[in-house]
Ligand binder design. Structure first.
Ligand code: MRU
Length: 351
């Protein structure tokens, strides 16, 4: 499923707030519309946010009349920091924008004109999208090596094709299992309150692909585990700190605790671009807090008393001690013997 498509002079975004009932595409022609789409979660999921922002940065500067490359670079940085402020938690947003900034800097240093810097920015955005397809596939292959046909695997939120350019991160092993003809894998999908990315998006895309799924409410996970229906949990992430602490959709931490109690491995699937070596530990990851309306209303209908107090953190942090392994496009990272992670060695991959 394509959630982001570059159409030559504009970006087409599949409006994820309208799924699964309506398939509506948004035509994005400037950075303001893109910022709005990210904030409203019409485009969401860490890699998709990053990819769309890369195109957004190109859209922001493509008609600039500045001719001086250094002044143009300042404009790029200014528009980039505007886009980076759309949502705080997914580090892929900042990562993708940095890729474009770095590309522009290199072009300018080699004497490129403003016109050619503009086309380099578009090429870089297209590259990020293209590379994401390969990244997801590799994550899927490593992830699948941890599973066997006949297992029950629980996932949360939407780490799927809608959140990436390819097979998703945590869903990639499911797509590959299907391709390889596995017949007995059962994917348990958490509905994922408050915005239901699990039931609206993950259940939708996996069912469409013919993958065997069972939808459960978030508060059923413990029972499903106790009944022996689940042999592994796999989730995506919005940011992994250098010590292996993982920020992901609210409710992920609950699952990790439940998995440990039931002696079930808890896996995190992530592109390297989700690892933030400048954040030492999970407590330093900025957690987005969203409007209480997302809790008090469901599909526009009031489901709580008016003026009730709410608290709506969109993400939580799972301590690395609960993470059995991190599955990346470069391989599976296991904790050290003492149970801790040190991801600093990944700096060699340019992180
Ligand atoms: O608030 P969302 O829907 O953007 O949150 C998305 C998630 O938490 C995903 O699990 C994460 O971004 C991984 S996407 C491959």
């Amino acid at each position: 499923m394509k959630s982001i498509e570059w159409k030559g002079d504009h970006l087409l975004l599949l409006d994820q707030t309208r799924l699964p009932s309506n398939t509506i595409y948004l035509k994005i022609t400037d950075e303001f519309a893109l910022y709005d789409a990210i904030q409203k979660m019409q485009v969401r999921g860490a890699p998709a946010i990053g990819m769309s922002a890369a195109f957004g940065l190109y859209l922001a500067v493509r008609s600039s009349e500045i001719q001086d490359p250094m002044k143009f670079y300042e404009e790029i940085l200014d528009r980039s920091s505007y886009l980076a402020s759309a949502r705080p938690t997914a580090v892929n947003l900042m990562w993708a924008l940095r890729q474009l900034e770095t590309r522009a800097k290199k072009e300018i240093a080699s004497g490129a004109s403003v016109k050619s810097v503009k086309s380099a920015l578009l090429k870089e955005a297209l590259n990020i999208q293209k590379r994401d397809i390969e990244t997801c596939r590799k994550i899927g292959e490593y992830g699948l090596s941890l599973f066997k046909d006949g297992m029950g695997i629980l996932t949360h939120c939407n780490p799927g094709s809608l959140a990436t350019a390819g097979y998703g991160t945590a869903t990639a092993p499911f797509y590959l299992a299907k391709e390889k003809g596995w017949k007995k894998l059962m994917v348990y999908v958490d509905e994922t309150r408050p915005l239901l990315q699990g039931s609206r998006l993950t259940a939708y895309e996996l069912q469409k692909a013919g993958i065997d799924i069972t939808l459960i409410c978030d508060n059923m996970a413990a029972t499903v585990m106790a009944q022996g229906k689940v042999q592994a949990v796999i989730v995506g992430t919005d940011r992994i700190a250098a010590n292996g602490d993982v920020a992901n959709k609210i409710g992920t931490y609950n699952l990790a605790i439940l998995a440990q109690y039931h002696n079930i491995p808890f896996y995190v699937a992530a592109p390297l671009s989700s690892i933030d070596l400048t954040t030492h530990r999970g407590s330093q990851i900025p957690i987005e807090e969203r409007s209480g309306v997302e809790i008090t209303r469901l599909g526009g209908r009031l489901i709580a008393p008016i003026r009730v107090k709410t608290y709506n953190p969109a993400f939580d942090v799972t301590p690395s001690s609960l993470v059995s392994a991190i599955i990346t496009e470069e391989g599976i990272i296991r904790p050290k013997e003492d149970g801790t992670y040190n991801l600093r060695g990944l700096a060699a991959f340019g992180l």
